[in-house]
Design a protein around this ligand. Structure first.
Ligand SMILES: CC(C)(COP(=O)(O)OP(=O)(O)OC[C@H]1O[C@@H](n2cnc3c(N)ncnc32)[C@H](O)[C@@H]1OP(=O)(O)O)[C@@H](O)C(=O)NCCC(=O)NCCS
Length: 156
């Protein structure tokens, strides 16, 4: 089925929270309500029919350095190719509509599925940010930083 992509609206937030909780992300409704209305953020959802199956959160939109960060991207169920298609739609929005020169993201070192999807889309690994994130149990997690530049996107 075709994946329809549109800007999210605040009434989508409960569904987005259900999707992200399946993966252990923990923003509450108040934080989403704040983030979805922030001028430098954009939320997008991907739907199949009436069902939202994917969403992304973009940050730093409109920054002078034209660097957009994909803060979150989730597709359910994983492994059907929806995540890759939705990533392509999100990238088209970043580069073609929002004027990004660089799109970057952080991915957990252990998240091989996501890393593969990003690498296949042309993202380049730039290094490891050591012990960047602190879990609720006090342990630290290192993240891989990856980016895609507009000229590489345009040439692909
Ligand atoms: C990351 C995500 C958006 C990718 O979407 P998706 O629909 O699963 O991606 P696709 O089906 O297009 O591709 C999955 C790729 O990972 C591979 N893969 C699937 N399961 C895997 C696993 N357990 N380990 C390693 N690779 C795996 C597939 O083979 C495929 O790669 P290939 O096309 O090179 O063979 C989605 O899996 C997701 O929402 N994951 C949970 C949230 C998350 O991790 N978000 C990213 C945070 S940075």
């Amino acid at each position: 089925m075709k994946l329809e992509v549109r800007a999210a609206i605040p009434s989508d937030i409960p569904i987005l929270m259900q999707l992200e909780r399946l993966d252990g992300y923990r923003w509450d409704a108040d934080q989403h309500a704040k983030e979805i209305t922030a001028a430098s953020n954009r939320y997008f959802v991907g739907s199949e029919g009436d069902e939202i199956v994917a969403f992304s959160i973009l940050q730093n939109v409109g920054s002078s350095n034209r660097c957009i960060r994909i803060r979150r991207i989730i597709a359910k169920p994983p492994g059907r190719g929806d995540g890759s298609r939705f990533l392509q739609s999100s990238l088209a929005i970043c580069f073609d509509e929002l004027g990004a020169h660089r799109v970057e993201l952080l991915v957990h070192l252990r998240n091989e599925r996501a890393r593969r999807v990003y690498a296949r889309a042309g993202f380049v690994e730039e290094g490891t940010l050591r012990d960047l994130h602190r879990n609720d149990d006090g342990s630290f997690v290192s993240m891989r930083i990856m980016s895609l530049l507009q000229p590489d996107w345009a040439a692909s």
